[in-house]
Write a protein that binds this ligand. Structure first.
Ligand SMILES: NC(=O)c1ccc[n+]([C@@H]2O[C@H](COP(=O)([O-])OP(=O)(O)OC[C@H]3O[C@@H](n4cnc5c(N)ncnc54)[C@H](OP(=O)(O)O)[C@@H]3O)[C@@H](O)[C@H]2O)c1
Length: 244
């Protein structure tokens, strides 16, 4: 994949999947806007390690963050070609514990995962439409396509982003391709202490392991290279959703 002279924003790229995707696209030649809400030191360090990158701090649920991410890319490089909407939040509440879910959980998760993803996409689309190969990839989850995941609000938020993916592909994007990658269980800081779940996935998933962040980066590369694909969700779960 040759992304020389291409400019990409990766939200939530100081850790885990976002960091792996940012590093992969940078290795292919892209200039990268690295982002996170709180981990500014890690963000500056990653941007400093990449060949051509800047770090922009901001919570994607704040409308101003969407504006600064896009303006920073345009000020520095004068163009924007890709957006990876990766930043998200969750809360761990067993699915059956309906009474434990509060309005604050819904507000926090929907504001970041759904509204934040929309706001950054909305801000980026005019510049992406000016690219001869503009694209958006939303990182969703197997929780959005099967009855599983860290909590009901999280699973619903990821299903919503899969649907947002189709809506933007159909109505909002001009010739910009909009797709989603839905990982199964991935070994990242987010899942660092989920040992029982990892053992369970390793036992039942047809490919008998959890994913690495690089597995997700592979899928992103595939979608970036697939120039006639839009409005799709690519499930990257080692076959886990086949057995749930
Ligand atoms: N790990 C899994 O098993 C798994 C499975 C399916 C889907 N996913 C999805 O993959 C994505 C990344 O997950 P991960 O496991 O790589 O998580 P992670 O290692 O915890 O990284 C999350 C990144 O997002 C940033 N972030 C969080 N909230 C943000 C916000 N409101 N605004 C801007 N940045 C924000 C974090 O930085 P700060 O905290 O400093 O803001 C960090 O850089 C998420 O969309 C998640 O839902 C993960």
């Amino acid at each position: 994949m040759d992304l020389k002279d291409r400019v990409v924003i990766v939200t939530g790229s100081t850790s885990g999947i976002g960091e792996a995707v940012a590093r992969r696209l940078a290795a292919a030649g892209a200039s990268i806007v690295v982002n996170s809400a709180t981990s500014a030191e890690a963000g500056e360090a990653i941007a400093g390690e990449l060949p051509d990158a800047i770090y922009v701090q901001g919570d994607i649920s704040d409308p101003q963050t969407a504006v600064s991410l896009v303006e920073s890319a345009l000020e520095r490089w004068g163009r924007l070609d890709g957006l990876v909407n990766n930043a998200a939040r969750t809360v761990q509440i067993p699915m059956a514990d309906i009474d434990a879910v509060t309005a604050d959980h819904w507000r926090m998760i929907l504001e970041v995962n759904v509204m934040g993803t929309f706001l950054v996409s909305q801000a980026a689309l005019p510049a992406l439409r000016n690219s001869d190969d503009g694209w958006i990839i939303n990182i969703t989850s197997v929780a959005g396509v099967r009855q599983t995941g860290s909590s009901i609000p999280y699973a619903v938020s990821k299903a919503a982003v899969d649907h947002l993916t189709t809506l933007l592909a159909k109505y909002g994007a001009g010739e910009v391709r909009v797709n989603a990658v839905a990982p199964g269980l991935v070994a990242t800081p987010w899942t660092a202490d989920w040992d029982d779940l990892k053992a369970g996935v390793t036992a039942i998933a047809p490919l008998h392991r959890v994913a690495t962040p690089d597995d997700v980066a592979d899928a992103c590369e595939t979608l970036i290279a697939s120039r006639y694909v839009t409005g799709q969700t690519l499930v990257v779960d080692g076959g886990l959703s086949l057995v749930l």
